[in-house]
Design a protein around this ligand. Sequence first.
Ligand code: FES
Ligand code: FES
Length: 164
Amino acid sequence: MAKQNIELIVNGDRYQVAVDPWRTLAEVLREELNLTGTKVGCNQGDCGACTVIMDGRSISSCLTLAVEAHQRQITTIEGLAPSRTELHPIQEAFVEAQAVQCGFCTSGMIMSAKDLLDHNPHPTEAEIRAGLSGNLCRCTGYVKIVEAIDLAAKKLDPAGAKEA
Ligand code: FES
Ligand code: FES
């Protein structure tokens, strides 16, 4: 089957790529665009390591064909930090809460956290755990990740956190 020409809009940059119709978004991000911050663990929708944001919602990029992402707005972990010398508040919180061990799950965790906090700026612990239910971590036991997301919520909206 012939390759298809698609346009991917990733972290605000436009890329024209010719892709086989069966290639996943995760493969194309990593292998064609060299955006290797998005990880592939299970490659079947179970682990969440490949989570990216597409049109404002988190998706598993291993379950999404690259052609489905044609002209959609995609954000990967590389697009979160405001500059090369600053971290996004969620990234800062993961560092401060020591929520990273091997780091393989971390990109996906942070992208799921971004989706959660974009839609629910002051989640309860139960809501944080539900928001992470599609992301597996083999190292941390999740406690520090949950703490990091709670800290990120306070960083992103300190005034709201006081009221809550
Ligand atoms: S690699 Fe996509 S969910 Fe595991
Ligand atoms: S930090 Fe190792 S899998 Fe989560």
